[in-house]
Every structure is written in C-alpha cells, then in structure tokens.
Design a protein around this ligand. Structure first.
Ligand code: SAH
Length: 388
C-alpha cells in the first residue's frame, strides 16, 4: 500500500507502526487526524474562548528535517538502524518513514550498507564494544544544506577519509560531516567531543526570512513549514509596530523574538539554557539585528525584576516546554502586566491549566488557533491571544 493512499483511505499503511510506536494516529486518514486534534483542543479549551479551525499541512508526509537512527545488530548478526521500540532499547529497523525527510532516510540506509566495506563495526550497548552508535542527519529545507553526524564510541576511525569521500560521492548534497565521540554509557545520543570530517561543522537554514545556524547539538524547529505558519499566526495576534516593547519568554534559540524584532521596536529574549542563549545571540548577529537582546535567566524572575524596576512590556510571547508554565511565572507576568500575551503551547492540557490562572489575573482570551506541527502523532500546538 503506498503512503499517499493512506492519507485518504487506508489505515495502518506503515508496517512498523505497532513496533515503533512513534505515530499514535497511524490508523486515521489525515483529515480524521485534523478533526481529532480539533476536537481535543475544543474539549479542553472551548470554555476559555473561540477555537479557530486547525491549520493543517498541505502535504503531511516527510515533514521532519532531523532524523536520528540508532545502529546495532540483530541476534543473527545483521546490521540494522532505526528507532528504539518505544519504552525499550530494542532497535526497530527503519528504511523509510512517512514523517522523516526522504533524503535523510536514504543517507542513513546507504551508510548502513557501506559499513562492512570500511570496516566499521556497530556499537553493542550490552557489551559496550564496537564503533558506530547513531547517525544523525539534519537538512535545511529551504537552504538545501545537509549535515551528517556519525556518533561513535571512540575516535579511532582509520578509514575516515575514504569513508567520507565515498559518502560524499554517493550523496553530493551533503555539505558537512561531523564525527561525534560518545564513549559513555548514557541515553544521551551526542557526546562532548567532535571532529569535523568535511565542511563547516554546521548548516544554515532560513525560517521566516531569517538565517539560523544549526550545529549537531543546537535545537531547531523540526517542521519548518508548519513552524512558519505558527509564527505568522503569533505575529498576526501580536499586531506589533515600531513602538512595541516585546518579551520572548522561554525563547530557546530566539526564533520567535527575532521574527518579532523585524517589526517591533525592541525585543528581549529570556531563556534558562545557556547553550540556547549563545545560539540566540549568534543568530541575531548573523541577521544583523540590533533591536534584540538575550538574557540567560528564569523568565519569571526576569519579568518580576522588570516590574520591580517600574518597567513594562506591550507584548509577552510565551512558549514553555510541554509541562507548561508555572504559577510563579504567571504571577510575575501578571505583575508586569503586558497589554497582550501570545501563548504558544505544545500541550493543550497544561495550556488549559495555565489559561485558567492568566484569566483569573485579569486577561481575556480573544481567540485560539491550533496548528498541526506533527502529523500522525497525537501532538498539537496552539497559539492563543490574550488581552488585558
Ligand atoms: N521558542 C523556542 C523554543 C522554546 S522550548 C525556540 O523557538 O527556540 C522551551 C524553552 O524554555 C526551552 O529552551 C527551555 O530551556 C526553556 N525554559 C524552561 N524553563 C524556563 C524558565 N523557567 N525560564 C526561561 N526559560 C525556560
């Protein structure tokens, strides 16, 4: 059964869906998935205001720009690569996946086939022997640049030059190859040390007209097509102009704040993770943006301090992790009292809980729009506009 036909008619087109567990909505046509997500948002959020129609994908296949495959062997010794069966460390062999970028999948299966020729072994988690643990591929959908990261248990790789040359010959679209060394007994995919085998060691991509550098470790939006729609909706809600003072709370690598800075007067991004803040600062420089600054701090404490100093903001964008925001954060935001709050949520349950607090603090939900960032999974994003 072809993948396309699944979108309209056939349930369970992916033969791996039960074993892999990554796609919870495999048994639904795409249309049904969107209805399911819409209904979920309405059940949880309708009591707070109007839920607009979900923004779906025109083509929901192969939307993931980042693909990660674990390498190992079957009991009979065959080399396999793919995903861990959910909740286990058993590898499910994947040749192609309907959510993953097709170029990335092809690169990974070709690397798997190349291993014996270059005397590359695969890592055995139980015995802690062998070489290759994971392959990570990131592709800039708009730039076309491709990064391949080989994650190995040690740095001894005698045939690395020949291997890299052969890989590039087979896949001339690859712009950089990195060897990442992870000798530890850990669930983290990437280790500390890195050696660049080809190119710059990072790729660039464009999102909402802005350039972003993506290194092996840096965070980047997984579905850039939908991410643009999500951010455009957030900007439409914010109605910024040259006088707007904006805060991007939980700013990560600064994407939302930078998009806002194209029209706003000034933007401050606040983020706890110092690597993300470093990326945000360098991304702002890369785009020559002068009206945005980033702080490594707890976003709530930062806003509280601003309020104590008598400062204000017109719009707060907040994009918290799946666990949602905290009561403390919301209290600090209420103290600062922005005219508008644009809440970008990846979890409607925690969103509902947080909206409850924010509304009690004197805000009203104007409207909400769900956006489907992860077709075939049960995840749904929502943008909410609140006004004081
Ligand atoms: N909008 C971001 C992604 C946000 S993901 C982007 O486009 O890159 C949520 C982020 O919130 C994570 O980067 C996490 O490190 C950060 N975070 C979590 N708790 C925080 C807190 N209390 N204060 C500031 N940032 C926090």
């Amino acid at each position: 059964m072809s993948q396309k036909s699944n979108l309209k008619t056939n349930p369970l087109a992916c033969p791996l869906s039960k074993k892999c567990g990554g796609c919870q909505l495999q048994n639904m046509t795409y249309e049904r998935q969107l209805k399911w997500k819409q209904a979920r948002c309405e059940i949880l959020l309708k009591k707070y205001g109007k839920v607009r129609r979900i923004i779906g994908m025109e083509n929901p296949l192969h939307y993931r720009n980042k693909v990660q495959a674990a390498f190992g062997r079957t009991k009979s010794g065959k080399i396999i690569s793919g995903v861990y069966q959910s909740g286990t460390h058993r590898i499910v062999n994947v040749d192609s996946c309907m959510t993953e970028d097709e170029t990335a999948d092809k690169i990974i299966t070709d690397i798997r086939a190349m291993l014996p020729k270059f005397k590359m072994t695969v890592y055995d988690e139980d015995r802690r022997t062998g070489f290759l643990r994971h392959v990570l591929v990131k592709r800039g959908f708009s730039s076309g640049e491709v990064m391949v990261v080989l994650v190995a248990a040690d740095s001894r790789f005698p045939m690395k030059k020949k291997f890299t040359a052969a890989l590039l010959e087979m896949h001339p679209e690859i712009t950089t190859v990195v060897l990442n060394i992870n000798p530890k007994d850990t669930n983290l995919v990437l280790g500390e040390r890195e050696e660049i085998l080809h190119g710059a060691g990072y790729i660039e991509d464009t999102l909402c007209g802005l350039k972003f550098a993506i290194s092996p470790k840096s965070f980047y939006q997984i579905n850039p097509v939908q991410c643009e729609k999500l951010y455009n909706k957030a900007m439409e809600y914010a109605e910024l102009d040259g006088n707007s003072k904006v805060i991007d709370a939980y700013c990560g690598i600064g994407t939302i704040g930078m998009v806002a800075a194209k029209t706003a007067g000034s933007v401050i991004g606040v983020e706890l993770n110092k690597d993300a803040v470093r990326d945000a600062i360098s991304n702002a420089k890369r785009n020559d943006m002068k009206n945005i600054g980033f702080y490594c701090d707890d976003a709530g404490e930062f806003m509280e301090a601003m309020a104590d100093e008598g400062e204000s903001a017109d719009v707060v964008f907040m994009d918290p992790p799946r666990a949602g925001s905290s009561r403390k954060f919301i209290e600090s935001m209420l103290k600062l009292g922005p005219e508008k709050i644009v809440y970008i949520s990846c979890n409607p349950e925690t969103l509902a809980r947080d909206l409850n607090y924010i509304i009690k603090g004197g805000y009203k939900v104007k409207e909400m729009t769900p956006v489907d960032m992860f077709p075939f999974t049960n995840h749904v994003e929502t943008v909410v506009l609140l006004v004081r």
